[in-house]
Design a protein around this ligand. Structure first.
Ligand code: SF4
Length: 341
């Protein structure tokens, strides 16, 4: 009997470099990624080539990329166990995306809900917005990931990735790419402090994970609560209040029934309730702030992690692309002698 440990399944996940991560990134993805490291071989990527499809200032992008890398390490992504790198450091991502364009019907891309939403914001829609899910498919399949942690809003893109894998395999080489499974998280959609839109930096409805406690309190004070509570002693409905939902993610579980009961009875005001939430967030983020402060003093550690991660990623990526190119006939050195094909 072999003593060899069974090979761990591989997952790939990416995040756009919007700078320092925020509460929504943490609850919706990063917290889970940290846990997944125990079970899977993880590849975590800062997808800066996806970010350029949204425009933005090229002078800011490197800083945002670096700051997100700091957040990755601050929350506990561990470079000794996981591969952490920046997408544009591995050119095979864009190469494979181009090769996948050969098997991806335009109609499939036009049907993507995110494409329809994003396209409305442009007078002239950049092709990158349409092809975004092809690059996502390349990100994932380049590493032959077995599974991908996704939120509900990414399920459709992962389905397309599976379709592309199937189509490419059927056209060029059977069973070459796996069809990655979705790992749907339990956190669900994290609403912003406005209680309405998804939590995101661009909406200004979130809390940065590295914010100081005073800033956290100031931000949480702006959170929208149950609109029926006008006076402090009005009975409230925790089930419709996003502050209560956030308590569920961040406050000690044994305190939750009391918070709900006091809300319903009108014995705890929303200002107090938000104060408890702010303290829970500040406590949860305290170790991350400490780790980030250390990395700010030693930025070379972040650079080393990203360089080493890119090197590991490139080794896998180069092998995949070389086989894909060959299967697609993009290797004239292996041309059969004339008359022998
Ligand atoms: Fe929401 Fe808390 Fe106010 Fe109830 S007391 S409405 S749970 S903020």
């Amino acid at each position: 009997m072999s003593d060899e440990a069974p090979k761990r399944k591989r997952i790939f996940s990416g995040m756009q470099p919007s700078g320092e991560a925020h509460l929504g990134n943490y609850l919706g993805a990063l917290k889970r990624w940290v846990d997944l490291q125990d079970e899977y071989e993880c590849i975590f990527c800062i997808v800066d080539e996806h970010a350029i499809t949204a425009g933005g200032d090229p002078l800011e992008l490197p800083r945002r990329t670096f700051d997100l890398a700091v957040s990755f390490l601050a929350v506990g992504l561990d470079p000794d166990r996981s591969t952490i790198f920046v997408q544009s450091d591995v050119p095979e991502h864009t190469e494979l995306a181009w090769l996948f364009n050969a098997v991806t019907p335009i109609g499939d891309l036009e049907r993507m809900t995110q494409f329809k939403d994003k396209a409305q914001r442009f007078e002239s829609v950049p092709a990158g917005i349409l092809n975004y899910p092809v690059l996502q498919a390349a990100d994932i399949l380049l590493y032959k990931a077995d599974a991908v942690p996704v939120g509900e809003d990414q399920k459709q893109h992962l389905e397309l990735t599976r379709d592309i894998a199937r189509k490419w395999n059927a056209a060029y080489r059977e069973d070459f790419f796996p069809e990655p499974e979705p790992l749907i998280g339990k956190a669900g959609r994290i609403l912003g402090l406005d209680g309405d839109a998804k939590m995101s930096k661009s909406m200004g409805n979130t809390v940065p994970i590295l914010a100081e406690p005073d800033e956290i309190r100031a931000r949480v004070r702006t959170a929208v609560t149950d609109p029926q509570r006008v006076r402090r002693d009005d009975p409230g409905r925790p089930e419709v209040c996003n502050v209560f939902t956030l308590h569920g993610h961040l406050t000690d579980a044994e305190r939750i029934p009391d918070i709900a009961a006091q809300c319903r009875a009108g014995t705890r005001g929303c200002v107090d309730c938000k104060g408890i939430l702010a303290d829970s967030i500040a406590d949860a983020f305290a170790p991350m702030r400490a780790r980030a402060a250390e990395l700010e003093v030693h930025p070379e550690r972040v650079r080393e992690v990203l360089e080493a991660g890119a090197e590991r990623a490139r080794t896998i990526a180069a092998e995949t692309v070389s086989e894909v190119r060959r299967a697609m006939g993009l290797d004239w050195r292996h041309a059969a002698p004339a008359g022998k094909s």
